[in-house]
Design a protein around this ligand. Structure first.
Ligand code: KG4
Ligand code: ZN
Length: 335
């Protein structure tokens, strides 16, 4: 069955067609990231406007790229939560109109479930149960994926999300938005031991906290400015990346060891980070667990991951009617 997936929760307007939850037939993404970079972060109003302008063309292109028409599509899946509400609503309303007009079922998809499903696009053998770290601009969760549509959250951030910390630290260092790729690029030329950054204490064995780490970077930069000294930007980028990735990997691997997980995955924009991928790969191998990582092109927001999860939600009977609404927040285990 072909599922058309629509995604518009942040600054990517995306549509994709995936066959049986696994095989990508088309994957089209229009992004307002360059415009957002002018403001150092996502301006919700700009994101919504760009979605409204291009969503129709993006969906048309996905069908054209796949050589299909709406008659061939089995269901329309759309991210309905969580995200910037004005942005989410553009995708939800477009998907409702499309599904209604074509007489197709409408499938609501949770954004983080979609990120996790990005792993299914690359790894045909992967199936639940597995343990997954989902790290994006808005969320950092350690999740036990018990079944295709059943999740247990073991840990989460108590303050900033990992991607948010990357973005804020990049901004402090004068690096471009989005911060993750900028920090990773700068870190290549830096010494990860250049600055001694704190390991934040946090309640809950699998919870993480990044606000203290972010503040430590801000303080170092301010103190250097007051002393009239230059900041070693590459060294700070490398030290921050090493610290935050060590924390994420350590928590995920501790959860893997404690739960006896046989399979470990990464998901979300931060899953594109090379050092994090290396740390998780090495650590999981030591535990004797199988590691699956999403392809880099499916780590950030895209429609293929929504179509993939949409297929499993459809099989699970999770269908929406025409009253479907978008939600700014929603737990991953809402259903
Ligand atoms: O999943 P995503 O594309 O959007 C949300 O759902 O939020 O994640 C975006 C986040 C941004 O904070 C961005 O800085 C971060 O993912 N990111 C990275 C890398 N690429 C993107 N963080 C670390 N290293 C990267 N290579
Ligand atoms: Zn995302």
């Amino acid at each position: 069955m072909y599922v058309l997936g629509i995604e518009s929760t942040c600054d990517e307007t995306a549509a994709a067609i995936v066959e049986d939850g696994r095989t990508v037939r088309a994957n089209v993404i229009a992004t307002s990231v360059k415009e957002q970079a002018l403001y150092g972060g996502v301006v919700p109003e700009i994101a919504s406007r760009r979605h409204a302008e291009c969503i129709s063309a993006v969906a048309d292109k996905a069908l054209a790229d796949a050589g299909l028409t709406m008659d061939d599509i089995g269901a329309v899946a759309v991210t309905f939560a969580p995200g910037l509400i004005g942005a989410v609503l553009v995708g939800v309303n477009f998907a409702k109109g499309l599904a209604y007009a074509a007489g197709k079922p409408l499938v609501p998809v949770h954004h983080l479930r979609g990120h996790i499903a990005a792993n299914y696009l690359t790894h045909p053998a992967l199936k639940p149960p597995f343990l997954c770290l989902v790290a994006s601009g808005g969320h950092s969760h350690i999740v036990l994926v018990e079944d295709w549509c059943r999740y247990k959250v073991l840990g989460r951030t108590v303050d900033d999300a990992a991607g948010e910390a990357y973005d804020k630290v990049a901004r402090t260092l004068g690096l471009a938005y989005p911060g993750g790729p900028s920090i990773a690029a700068a870190a290549k030329h830096g010494d990860p031991h250049a600055y001694k950054l704190p390991v934040p204490h946090v309640e809950g064995k699998y919870n993480v906290s990044f606000s203290g780490l972010k503040t430590a970077v801000i303080n170092e930069v301010h103190n250097a400015a007051q002393r009239g000294e230059p900041v070693d930007v590459a060294g700070m980028a490398a030290s921050f990346q090493e610290r935050i990735d060590q924390i994420l990997a350590r928590k995920l691997l501790a959860a893997a060891a404690d739960t006896g997980a046989r399979t470990v995955c990464l998901a979300g924009g931060v899953a594109a980070n090379g050092r994090l991928r290396q740390l998780v790969n090495d650590g999981a191998q030591k535990l004797g667990a199988q590691v699956y990582l999403p392809e880099l092109k499916y780590c950030g927001d895209n429609g293929a991951m929504i179509a993939a999860q949409g297929y499993y939600e459809y099989r699970d009977g999770n269908l929406a009617d025409w009253t479907l609404n978008g939600l700014p927040t929603l737990a991953i285990d809402y259903r």
